[in-house]
Design a protein around this ligand. Sequence first.
Ligand SMILES: Nc1nc2c(ncn2[C@@H]2O[C@H](COP(=O)(O)OP(=O)(O)OP(=O)(O)O)[C@@H](O)[C@H]2O)c(=O)[nH]1
Ligand SMILES: [Mg+2]
Length: 240
Amino acid sequence: MKDFEVYSSLKVPKNSKIIVRLDGRAFHKLARDLDLIKPYDERFYQVMAKVCEDLFKEFSPLFAYTFSDEISLLFDKLPFDGRIEKLNSVIASFTASSFVINYNVSFRKPPAFDSRIIPIAEEDILKYFKWRQDESWRNCVNSYGISYLKNNYSNSEANDKINGMKLNEIHELLFENNINLNDIETYKKRGIGIYRKNKKIEGFNKKENKNQISYRSHVYIDWELPIFNEKFFREIKVIK
Ligand SMILES: Nc1nc2c(ncn2[C@@H]2O[C@H](COP(=O)(O)OP(=O)(O)OP(=O)(O)O)[C@@H](O)[C@H]2O)c(=O)[nH]1
Ligand SMILES: [Mg+2]
């Protein structure tokens, strides 16, 4: 019967780095059910950051990035020997469980995440994360735009208006109405990054009878990301 499991041997190419991208299933409905604040619900973002931390501790990716209901995980060492079915199913179910545990409310329906695997060459890593961060910015402008329009027009008028507008036009409209996106929190514009960082530990070495500095790495949640660039990814040792 094992022969019927035709996809079980499907693997990521050896020595390839991969990105696993997870996305909340029908989270527009979940947002309605949980009455999430528009355009940005702080608690939801806190939970997504905690989910990333759980994923980091469990599967040791090199870098995680989240905005809205999506999470990208970059792996250099492949869990499950690179088996596609295992990666997608275990990571997606772990993400949903962590989301439920960290939210700690009762849900109308069990939340789920979809998962996809993207093999990525070293030179495309920065490009990939810039692409997602651009999407985070677009999402930010659109979310503030639609919230502003819905406060001033009917839902259908607001939707029609925003569909006909370019990003810079929405930005301008908000600015003219005293909503300056430059002043909002960084994570809303640029998303949240999770990576390992060295913490300085000052201690006393009894044997040698002197103060000593050592470094221990810990999982760091970065709410103040820069606009992604090569220098940043080098510094956090995501690219060489
Ligand atoms: N109110 C509110 N909603 C949010 C927030 N963050 C994410 N969402 C919702 O999550 C949705 C994510 O978008 P998508 O992933 O494209 O839509 P989806 O409904 O999850 O659909 P699928 O991913 O295709 O299953 C947004 O459209 C919002 O409705 C938030 O901070 N506040
Ligand atoms: Mg979604």
